[in-house]
Design a protein around this ligand. Structure first.
Ligand code: GTA
Length: 335
C-alpha cells in the first residue's frame, strides 16, 4: 500500500522545511522538523523497512526506504544509507586478535577462505539518515535507468532554470553550516569574505577515519550562485580562493597534497548553492563520471578565456528516467 506522507513532505518545492538531508548528528542542530522533538536522536530501532531502493556490492552499501510511525499514528518516510567502512590499517591487527569467531569455508592446497566475525567496536556500519525524506529523496536513491541530456544555454533558461526554481532540494543544511548552526566543530577552513569566501567541511559521505576515501566540500558564503551555469569572470577570485586555500588547508590538516586531490563541481548538482567537491584522487567517489564532474582548474581557465563561457556552451548531464526535468526536456522535444 502507498505509505502515508507527512504534510510537510507533500511539496518538494524550494520552500520545503528545514531538515532536508542532514545526517543524524547535524539534524540535532538543524531541527529536522519531524514529529520527534528537535535534537532527539533518530529512532533507528523503530524503523520499518519498506523497500531496498538500491544496493551496491562494489560499494558495500544499501540504500533503504524506511518508515517511522509517530505518536499520532502518522507514517514518516526516511532514507537510510548503510555502508561498510573501509579498513583502517592500524585496526587490522586488533581485528585479527580480537575476532569473536572464525569459520572455515573451504580449504584447498595452500588456499583457504573464512568467515571472520569482528567484535562490535571493529564492525562499524556508517549510517546516513535523511529524515523526514521527501519523495524526491526516495527517487534520488532508487536505482533507475539514466538518459543523457545536452543542454544549450537557451534550454537552461527556458527549461532547467524555471524547473529548479519551482522545485529543488532544500539547501537549509548549507545555510546551517554557513551560519554555524550545524557542523561548526567540523569546519576545516573558513574564509569569511562575503563575496569571495567559503567554508570547507568534511562531506557527510566521509567518516574521516581513513584518508583513502577523503571527501570534503567547499560551500561559498554568497547565496546568489546556484551552479556552474551562473559562473562568470566576476567569480574568478572566489574560485581561485577555493582552489588555493582548499588545497593548503587539506595538506595542512590531512597531509594530502594538491596533486592527489580531485577538485570539481557537479553539473547538475543536487543542491543549488555553489559548492566544490574535494576527493582523494585514488578514490572512485560517486559522481566523478565525465557527464557530471567539472574540474575546478578547468572551470577557472574557461572563465579566464571567456567570462561568459558557461552562458554560451552546451553542457551534458544524465537524468534518471522518472525525473520530472527529463519529462520537461521530452515535452520540449529536446530528447
Ligand atoms: N557535510 O548535511 C550535510 C550534507 N548534505 C545534505 C549533503 N552533503 C552534505 N555534507 C555535509 N553535511 O557530496 C554533501 C553530499 C554531496 C554534496 C552535494 O554535499 O554528500 P551535489 O549537490 O553535487 O549532489 O553535492 P550529489 O553529489 O548528488 O549529492 P549526494 O546527495 O551525495 O548524491 C550522491 C549520489 O551518489 C546519489 O544519487 C547516490 O545514489 C549516490 N551514492 C553512491 N554512494 C553513495 C554514498 N555512499 N552516500 C551517498 N550517496 C551515494
Amino acid at each position: 500500500p502507498e505509505p502515508k506522507r507527512r504534510r510537510a513532505e507533500a511539496g518538494d518545492g524550494a520552500g520545503e522545511a528545514a531538515g532536508d538531508g542532514a545526517e543524524a548528528e547535524a539534524e540535532a542542530g538543524a531541527g529536522a522538523g519531524a514529529e520527534p522533538s528537535p535534537g532527539a536522536p533518530f529512532p533507528l530501532s523503530s524503523v520499518r523497512l519498506r523497500r531496498l531502493l538500491r544496493d551496491s556490492a562494489r560499494e558495500k552499501a544499501a540504500f533503504v526506504h524506511g518508515q517511522v510511525t509517530g505518536p499520532s499514528g502518522e507514517d514518516t518516510d526516511a532514507v537510510l544509507i548503510l555502508e561498510k567502512t573501509p579498513f583502517q590499517e592500524e585496526k587490522i591487527e586488533e581485528l585479527l586478535r580480537k575476532h569473536t569467531r572464525l569459520e572455515l569455508q573451504m580449504a584447498n592446497d595452500i588456499y583457504s577462505t573464512y568467515r571472520l566475525y569482528p567484535p562490535p567496536e571493529l564492525s562499524e556500519i556508517k549510517t546516513t539518515v535523511v529524515y523526514p525524506a521527501t519523495e524526491k529523496h526516495l527517487q534520488k536513491y532508487l536505482r533507475q535507468e539514466v538518459h543523457l541530456i545536452r543542454e544549450s544555454w537557451e534550454d537552461y533558461k527556458n527549461i532547467t532554470l524555471p524547473f529548479i526554481q519551482s522545485q529543488s532540494f532544500s539547501i537549509q543544511w548549507v545555510y546551517n553550516i554557513l551560519e554555524k548552526k550545524a557542523e561548526a566543530d567540523r569546519i576545516i577552513h573558513e574564509n569569511q569574505d562575503p563575496s569571495n569566501g567559503f567554508v570547507l567541511v568534511p562531506d557527510f559521505k566521509w567518516n574521516q577515519n581513513q584518508l583513502y576515501d577523503l571527501y570534503l566540500i567547499a560551500l561559498i558564503q554568497r547565496r546568489d550562485v546556484k551552479s556552474l551555469r551562473d559562473l562568470t569572470g566576476e567569480h574568478l577570485p572566489l574560485l581561485k580562493n577555493i582552489l588555493q586555500e582548499g588545497k593548503e588547508a587539506i595538506v595542512k590538516r590531512f597531509g594530502v597534497p594538491g596533486s592527489q586531490l580531485r577538485i570539481y563541481l557537479h553539473y547538475q548538482p543536487s543542491y543549488y548553492h555553489l559548492h566544490v567537491h574535494f576527493t582523494a584522487l585514488g578514490y572512485d567517489a560517486p559522481g566523478t563520471s565525465v557527464e557530471r564532474a567539472h574540474l575546478l582548474a578547468d572551470v577557472i581557465d574557461n572563465l579566464v578565456l571567456d567570462s561568459s563561457y558557461y552562458q554560451k556552451r552546451a553542457l551534458t548531464f544524465a537524468l534518471r528516467a522518472d525525473e520530472p526535468l527529463l519529462k520537461k526536456f521530452q515535452e520540449a522535444g529536446r530528447v
